[in-house]
Design a protein around this ligand. Structure first.
Ligand code: MRU
Length: 355
């Protein structure tokens, strides 16, 4: 089985004509890359979680809006800008919660706005391409910085609990919540233990985090989400690292459904709970976690997906939010690439230069 760290979750093809993504819906059973160039296919890949995880979605969106704009054959800058904005608005509707999607698209638009007066359309296409590449390259560096800061919080032999997948697959490489483990491996540590919450209903913990950690040679244990309490009670968990999709200005954050329960348990058992967040995931325009839009997904993800046959009565009502909000007072610290923010978060975000 391929080492997950060697698999690129999202890149542009050599000829810069296709978005190449690892189809994460097929993992861990099949490693298959998709080559996408049509708007509907790129949108669908994000919506269906073929490419997923906040930073990876941002990279896919940046390459996506470049590709679609580069296909426009107008030489007129005004028309080009209109077409760019239409592609941007369309891709922005694929998923609502991860701020990185709109963050990356807005960053691409800023380049367009700032340089449209001085560049020809072909030059602008090149400029957008280099910006999309920069977003991906920066994401790799950011993940490594988060990994290093997280690593410094670890002791040899620690048991780490993680929820969902905020690993290499969810970013351009290394991940956020799993990055400290990759750094530990580079440092020659081989006695960390990683516990992966299964993460119902889409099983990102079982299919992706367990796959990443096991193929990296880490001592990996999979548990159902409702087993985390006992694992903590029995002293198996020393620290918790999770990713996030959007952090509000007060430090509340949205992450995969089930995260807030893990944070509440961690407080009960006195276990440090850290959120790993590139600063691009911090949305200072949102004052409070309750203002974050929570994606709701189709009922079949709960009633029948992954089962050989349906496991719920026909017609039963289903509540299927993809994310939940964790209150900032349950968070020990937020690990960004610029440093670790500790409560009160409004003050520490300012100190880190986040605005
Ligand atoms: O629905 P998903 O799989 O995209 O949700 C992913 C998460 O919740 C991750 O924890 C988050 O995006 C951070 S990834 C570094």
């Amino acid at each position: 089985m391929a080492n997950a760290l060697s698999l690129d979750s999202v890149v542009l093809s050599q000829d810069a004509k296709e978005l190449v993504i690892l189809d994460q819906t097929l993992l861990p059973n099949e490693v298959k890359f998709l080559r996408l160039s049509k708007a509907e296919d790129i949108w669908e890949a994000i919506y269906s979680l073929r490419v997923r995880g906040a930073p990876a979605i941002g990279v896919a969106a940046a390459y996506g809006v470049y590709l679609l704009s580069a296909q426009e054959d107008t030489g007129d800058m005004e028309q080009f800008c209109e077409r760019f904005k239409a592609h941007k608005s369309y891709l922005d509707t694929a998923r609502p919660t991860a701020v990185n999607l709109s963050w990356a698209l807005n960053r691409m638009e800023k380049v367009l706005e700032a340089e449209k007066g001085s560049l020809s359309v072909p030059q602008m296409k090149q400029r957008l391409l280099s910006e999309a590449h920069a977003i991906r390259e920066e994401d790799i560096a950011i993940s490594r910085s988060i990994g290093r800061l997280g690593f410094e919080l670890l002791k040899p032999g620690d048991g780490i609990l993680t929820h969902c997948n905020a690993g290499s697959l969810a970013t351009a490489k290394y991940g956020t919540a799993l990055a400290p483990v990759y750094i530990a491996l580079e440092e020659g540590w081989n006695d960390l233990r990683v516990y992966c919450d299964e993460t119902r209903p889409l099983l990102q913990g079982a299919r992706l985090s367990a796959f990443e950690m096991q193929t990296a040679g880490v001592d990996t244990t999979l548990l159902c989400d409702n087993m985390a309490s006992l694992a903590m009670r029995r002293g198996k968990i020393d620290i918790i690292f999770v990713g996030c999709d959007r952090v509000a200005a007060n430090g509340d954050f949205a992450n995969k459904i089930g995260t807030s329960g893990v944070a509440i348990l961690a407080k009960h058992y006195g276990i440090p709970f850290y959120v790993c967040a590139p600063t691009s995931t911090i949305d200072m325009s949102i004052p409070h976690g309750d203002d974050i839009v929570i994606e709701e997904r189709k009922p079949e993800e709960v009633t029948e997906m992954w089962y050989a046959k349906r496991m719920a009565p026909e017609g039963v009502k289903v509540f299927n939010p993809a994310f939940d909000v964790t209150d900032h007072d349950l968070v020990t610290g937020i690990i960004t690439e610029k440093g670790i923010a500790y409560p009160p978060f409004d003050v520490s975000f300012k100190k880190l230069g986040i605005q």
